[in-house]
Design a protein around this ligand. Sequence first.
Ligand SMILES: *Cc1c(COP(=O)(O)O)cnc(C)c1O
Length: 426
Amino acid sequence: MSAPYEATAAWAQARDAADPLRTFRDEFLIPPHAGGDSHYFCGNSLGLQPRAVRDALNAELDYWGELGVEGHFKGRLPWMDYHEFVRDHLAEVVGAQPGEVVAMNTLGVNLHLMMVSFYRPTPDRHAILIEAGAFPTDRYAVESQIRYHGFSPKLSLIELESDEPNGTLSLQAIERALAEHGSRIALVMLPGVQYRTGQAFDLKAITELAHQYGCTVGFDLAHAVGNLPLQLHDSGADFAIWCSYKYLNGGPGAVGGAFVHARHAHATLPRFAGWWGHDKHTRFQMGPEFVPTPGADGWQLSNPPILALVPLRISLELFHRAGMSRLREKSLQLTGYLEWLVQNQLPDLLQIVTPAETARRGAQLSIRVLGGREQGRALFDYLVEDGIIGDWREPDVIRISPAPLYNRFADCLAFATAVRRWKDQA
Ligand SMILES: *Cc1c(COP(=O)(O)O)cnc(C)c1O
């Protein structure tokens, strides 16, 4: 098969003009650079602001100003049930039943709340399996939970070492770890997409394996939500958590999310409770006995932060209109183009760490600078100066993530052109 891509501005512009999702870019504020738009590849870290957010925020401020406490019951979207206004679209994005998801808190908080219910160590089964090199929060959280239950991370934290060349992990390695340690593993806690390598995991295959060994399964979807079409319900995972400021464009420090599988909707699991998790029909009787609302809602503690939910609600409407399968289709093309450019135009400078199989990655390519740390840092700084915004991971990796809601083929070409220019002028 001949290469479907070309490294010319005419080709990239033609592809952008033919993109059925091209108008979604106009829904976002693209950070400016040198009189034009920057080339923003950092949706894996902080997604861009949908234009409609400002008016929507102002509308809530107006309700507050005009209605005071009555805003809980009046206005277009009464605050009382505000978290429910993001529920259906959130469920769509993660492939869950509406009752299985809730927008609340932040990722780290939700991870702890979920572990309170789903990490129930016993003397025989007390270990947690994570990947080596996990994101700090995840490692700190599981380690502190292990200690909290009186166990020792030395014996109860199993960190799965990479068994593939670029720091990625095969399903076979996970299978081997389960075969060896499965009977003492209480919880398998893995990412949907690994933040450093960009590797995507097969949630369903992992869940099926881990369940065979009697382990509970949770996923951290920080880099997967809004990036890959997920089928969380069908995966069978017990729970999942995520943040919403990355691909979901929920804004800095956005309200995170949690998934609790329907099989646990009525379970009497131990949990840390608050009034907003109480059965919503009797919540305002203010009784002393906690009766959880069925489903993920039952894990809520507090009444939702309305102003913080506004950007998420607006952004999820865009996801609903675009649809995860169309976004994935475009994402495959965009990231495929970026990969092709790196491999064909820049093989002397850059090497892709992220798996080549499209089923094992999302939008992000983690790209190693072959010249080492100093060269890498110099290149990264040059790119930022040039309005090309990726992010840097020590010691020598630049992460570039074309987000299909707002990135263009022309952005990918601009990245490759700038790297070549940097080399030529050095
Ligand atoms: C971004 C990210 C976090 C951040 O956690 P917060 O609680 O939202 O600050 C945690 N874990 C992973 C894997 C992440 O990618």
